[in-house]
Design a protein around this ligand. Sequence first.
Ligand code: IMP
Ligand code: MG
Length: 191
Amino acid sequence: MNTMQNDIQSVLLSESQLKEIVERLGEQISRDYEGKRLLLVSVLKGSVVFMGDLMRAIKIPCFIDFMSVSSYGNGTSSSGVVKIIKDLDTNVIEGTNLLIVEDILDSGRTLSYLKDILARRNPESIRICTLLDKPDRRTVDLKADYVGAQIPDAFVVGYGLDYAECFRNLPYVGIVKPEAVERIAKESNNI
Ligand code: IMP
Ligand code: MG
């Protein structure tokens, strides 16, 4: 069988490591938001797997919503200006504590813009929870309030994260073999 595993060079975070990370974040968030109105905002599509696990690790009542944004840019670098493809379902967020749930914080430009847009709608508070953080890549002054794991500057896939829309359903986080990157790039150019 031609599985995704064959295209992975090394595992960065295993399923059991991810489980531990999510449990820890869930406990922290449950403590910090006890008695507060909490809305988790998942940024599509990369954060869906993390979101699904995180919301079940949070032991207090919370609401969920999804946003989809795309960066204007030249393909390889985000300009920092994002277009909202799908907005929150609700426009009443006064009195609500927003927690943005993201897969990975890279340059930080997309999230910094998104945080500004949401902050202008006057939520009670606004924070960021990211599964992965690449601090070395940051170009804007932005810190996540909850971080699953800091990772070095490498391109990672799995657990929601993609390369050319592939590998999102890989159950762990890993690094793709260079020959697979080449093959997938070719395939996606042919579509
Ligand atoms: P930035 O922080 O605005 O530069 O963009 C962050 C977004 O880039 C993330 O939400 C991911 O969609 C994507 N991204 C950044 N690094 C990686 C990676 O290592 N693997 C997969 N996607 C990544
Ligand atoms: Mg993303």
